[in-house]
Design a protein around this ligand. Structure first.
Ligand code: NI
Length: 221
């Protein structure tokens, strides 16, 4: 006869393991959620895919308002290269970094930068008034043009450039509706003097590499 075995701890152990696994999954989901939907611009490049190097369907006509309150269209820039970035002035990180990188690249080009007009088109027209843009653009470079418009005008030009943007739920950024963030793609586009799309630059490209590419595209060394 064998003695009665003591009660097995396996049952209780399994229960504990399952509870720990569920807890770990919950924490992982929370972290992934914060990363993916958080206020940072982690999805900036999400819309970047699918644009080819010589995609002639990018760009087109637009009507917007500049930082001095003037109505401008794409025709006002004919004869100049356009360096177009979409962003918003409240952006804490990616927009200022990209705009500074673009300004630095133009500095590296020296005199040849005269043929290029850098442009910021806001994806946040509700807050980015011409006055707000005027205060902002001069932080980066003289000649940087800030453009805003009605929500419809901004939507139209963003669509033409295949720019993704969306207001981040204010509940995810502390609940204050005035402090909301905009999620948006962060490519800079180079348009030719005839208004045609030439190439784009990802936001992690260096100013040096950008200057080289700009120079090449403009027919330089
Ligand atoms: Ni931004």
């Amino acid at each position: 006869m064998t003695p009665p075995s003591p009660p097995s701890p396996t049952g209780r152990f399994n229960g504990l393991a399952v509870a720990l696994a569920i807890l770990a999954l919950l924490i992982a989901a929370l972290l992934i959620g914060r990363f993916y939907f958080g206020p940072q611009h982690v999805r900036h490049e999400a819309a970047a895919t699918g644009i080819g190097g010589s995609d002639t369907s990018i760009g087109g006509p637009f009507t917007l308002t500049d930082q001095d309150g003037r109505i401008v269209t794409e025709q006002d820039f004919r004869g100049k290269y356009l360096l177009v970035y979409f962003g918003f002035t409240f952006c804490p990180d990616v927009c200022p970094t990209s705009l500074q990188r673009n300004a630095d690249a133009l500095d590296l080009l020296g005199e040849r930068a005269r043929d290029i007009v850098p442009v910021l088109i806001t994806v946040d027209p509700a807050r980015d008034t011409p006055e707000k843009l005027k205060d902002y653009v001069h932080l980066f470079r003289p000649g940087l043009v800030g453009l805003t418009g009605t929500p419809e005008q901004v939507a139209a030009v963003s669509k033409a450039y295949r720019v993704y943007y969306a207001k981040v739920d204010p509940a995810k950024t502390g609940g204050d509706d005035r402090m909301y963030m905009m999620d948006h793609s962060s490519l800079t586009y180079l348009m030719g003097p005839d208004g045609r799309f030439l190439q784009f630059f990802r936001h992690d490209l260096s100013s040096e590499e950008m200057a080289i590419r700009l120079s090449r595209t403009m027919g330089g060394r």
